[in-house]
Design a protein around this ligand. Structure first.
Ligand code: NAD
Length: 365
């Protein structure tokens, strides 16, 4: 089992080190090899996704990714910016299915921006299509407007598009994931306004007929945004396009208390996957040793489950994280009165200790 370890920039190096430490503590035959990506790769090799990094990623069974980006690269030409590395990996590896679970841990309910009764026990899964839609659709660009409200003015345009096979494959992923959960899929679209999403709705409905044991409903994206903050627990699996999924999954992230807790997986048709926390490189806290490594550690658990066929090891990590939270340890992003504040490394150490069954419950937890 070969893992490409791509820490990236900012807190990426700090949090990935903790996830690697946790993986090392498991009794598994894992081969891990690191490479530069993002701003760090640009500094060293002049490109955010050097050939050698891409080759390593392609050859690995799974990729453990930290985060990329820093404001200091904002003036670079777009193809050289750190974030292009992620788009390049998604495209080159065909990572079309993004899994973003949003789970509200009992111990963190008070950190949510919503009331306890709305989020306690929350466990939803957002499946976002990742390689199509308006983010990748062509044509796109800037030009002198040939028509519209202001002919002759400068304008910019992007293209929203989805093909039937693209929708079919992400729909299958969603229905199959729902079969392992509460067997409910909500497909989020904007079929009332957009041709692209009328096709989306039609195709998801057709695919749904192959899964009579899974309940399917459809929701417009504006209503879905509202329902996510009004009654999030009524969802089980949400499946949607690239842009709607981008926005809704960040909103769902905040329901759980902290973006520092949320893992994600991006899979291709061969179950090869890229695993990363849902947050970015957090330049504001990089180097301070205070970043929460749990989202990355939980991403490593998803990696073991989805790409490396080690569900027992994944369960071990997830229950170790719950034990650590129950023991009252918190990084600053999830700290509340009465808990014990720790740094990135101590949090990683605590998960390793919990794996070994040695975590002592603190009296405060
Ligand atoms: P961000 O997610 O990096 O940070 C948002 C806020 O959350 C910050 O206040 C940060 O301190 C906090 N935060 C994030 N992760 C945390 C953690 N693990 N522990 C504690 N606090 C945490 O988003 P941003 O500030 O909008 O973006 C910063 C950079 O990250 C940008 O360059 C952006 O392009 C990049 N980015 C990268 C990815 C990725 O690599 N997948 C995703 C999003 C943003």
């Amino acid at each position: 089992m070969k893992i490409a370890v791509l820490p990236g920039d900012g807190i990426g190096t700090e949090i990935v080190a903790e996830a690697v430490k946790v993986l090392d503590a498991l009794d598994l035959d894992l081969e891990m090899e690191s490479a530069l990506v993002g701003g760090a790769a640009y500094e060293a090799h002049g490109h955010p996704l050097p050939e050698a990094t891409l080759k390593l990623a392609k050859e690995a069974d799974a990729i453990l990714f930290g985060a990329v980006g820093d404001w200091k690269y904002d003036s670079l030409d777009r193809p050289l910016r750190p974030e292009q590395a992620i788009l390049g990996l998604r495209k080159n590896l065909g990572l079309f299915a993004n899994f973003r679970p949003a789970i509200c841990y009992e111990q963190l309910v008070e950190a949510s921006s919503l009331k306890r009764e709305l989020v306690a026990g929350l466990d939803i899964l957002i499946i976002r299509e990742l390689t199509g839609d308006i983010y990748f659709g062509t044509p796109r660009g800037r030009r002198v407007s040939p028509d519209g409200h202001f002919p002759g003015a400068e304008e910019a345009f992007d293209t929203m598009r989805y093909s039937r096979p693209e929708i079919e494959r992400i729909a299958h992923v969603a229905f199959q994931a729902a079969r392992k959960r509460d067997r409910r899929v909500t497909s989020v679209d904007k079929a009332n306004v957009l041709e692209t999403f009328q096709l989306w709705k039609d195709v998801v409905t057709e695919v749904g007929k192959q899964y009579p044991d899974v309940a399917l409903d459809h929701m417009y994206v504006d209503n879905a945004a509202m329902q996510l903050v009004k009654a999030p627990k009524k969802f089980d699996v949400i499946v949607t396009g690239n842009m709607f999924g981008d926005i809704l999954s960040d909103a769902a992230a905040m329901l759980t208390g902290s973006i520092g807790m949320l893992p994600s997986a991006s899979l291709n048709a061969r179950n090869q996957g890229l695993y990363e926390p849902s947050h970015g490189s957090a330049p504001d806290i990089a180097g301070k040793g205070i970043a929460n490594p749990l989202a990355t550690i939980l991403s490593a658990a998803m990696m073991l489950r989805f790409s490396l066929n080690q569900p027992d090891a994944a369960d071990l990590i997830e229950s170790a994280v719950k034990d650590v939270l129950a023991s009252g340890l918190r990084t600053s992003d999830i700290y509340s009165q009465g808990t014990t504040q720790v740094g990135t490394i101590e949090m990683g150490d605590a998960v390793v200790a919990a794996l070994a069954g040695t975590t002592k419950k603190t009296s405060k937890g």
